[in-house]
Design a protein around this ligand. Structure first.
Ligand code: B1M
Length: 233
């Protein structure tokens, strides 16, 4: 017999369900997150709204309590896994927009850094916008970036860093591109919670992207500029 206090997600209205999903993400409840995502989609929510309002906002709350020493790494890992299972459902829906192909991107989280949720989100949204994305993972050193650039010949190189200690590595990668005379072959976009526009400019990136939606818009702008330059000869 069901526990009298058991919460039936499908019986909650949208606001209650989203609030419950924030709690479930906090508690690392993967199956409940999957169920919540499916319910919201079934109610006609767009994949983007489910992603931002239910999942990203939930992870923001987790981040605050992690910072304040209320949550620790094992709990945050569970929350991250629950978030990823929700993202797994949304990925094909975000990618299936039928958008025309706009360009190619290689993206990775820099060396020393294993945070990948934001990078994966950027990757999903870029795919949805019509980019071919090669997501080369976490803890990526300069040789791995160079190998991926050589293999996939992308228009855009994306780098993600979530730690103040790893963000300077982005400059190592950009400086290496400069040393090898390859810097102008790529548009370099950077992002991650501790970065800002000033930092992006200081390390020689083309742009800092605050979030995944900004990354998509920025990438589109740079691609349009490239096409115009080519058309102008
Ligand atoms: Co970590 N962690 N963590 N963590 N973690 C942070 C980043 C932290 C801010 C938490 C805190 O103290 N408040 C803090 C960093 C402090 C600092 O450097 N100033 C921190 C720390 C300290 C650590 C450890 C050192 C903890 C420890 O071991 N003692 C350790 C480091 C491990 C390592 O990398 N070497 C660690 C470990 C972990 C977990 C493994 C437990 C887990 C990661 C799981 C995973 O990713 N698979 C984790 C998590 C989940 C977080 C928080 C809570 C959430 C990050 C996240 O996924 N956010 C985070 C707190 C926070 O950021 N407020 C924290 C959701 C995601 C959608 O947002 O990643 O910002 P975000 O991505 C956004 C934008 O930034 C942007 O678009 C995304 C989507 O809109 N963006 C890009 C990101 N990358 C982009 C690339 C682009 C463009 C845009 O390219 C073009």
């Amino acid at each position: 017999m069901a526990d009298e206090d058991e919460i039936i997600l499908s019986e909650l209205d949208d606001d209650e369900l989203v609030a419950q999903m924030h709690d479930d993400l906090y508690d690392g409840l993967k199956e409940e997150i999957e169920e919540g995502v499916n319910i919201l989609l079934g109610r006609g929510w767009t994949p983007y709204d489910v992603l931002t309002k239910a999942l990203v906002e939930g992870m923001r709350i987790v981040g605050i309590d992690f910072r304040d020493g209320i949550l620790f790494v094992p709990e945050v890992l569970l929350a991250a896994n629950a978030m990823k299972s929700g993202m797994f459902i949304l990925r094909p829906l975000l990618a299936e927009t039928g958008a025309p192909k706009l360009g190619t991107m290689v993206i990775g989280t820099v060396k020393g850094d294993i945070h990948d949720i934001g990078k994966n989100l950027v990757s999903m949204m870029m795919e949805g916008a019509g980019f071919d994305v090669y997501n080369i993972g976490i803890n990526t050193d300069v040789d791995e970036y160079l190998a991926a650039l050589e293999e996939h010949k992308p228009h855009i190189l994306g780098m993600s860093a979530l730690l103040t200690t790893t963000m300077p590595y982005m400059k190592v990668v950009i400086d290496t591109l400069i040393e090898r005379g390859m810097r102008d072959d790529y548009t370099v976009l950077v992002g991650g919670a501790p970065l800002n526009e000033e930092f992006g400019a200081a390390i020689g990136a083309d742009a800092y992207c605050r979030d995944a939606a900004v990354a998509v818009e920025t990438a589109k702008e740079f691609m349009a500029k490239k096409h115009n330059e080519l058309a102008a000869g």
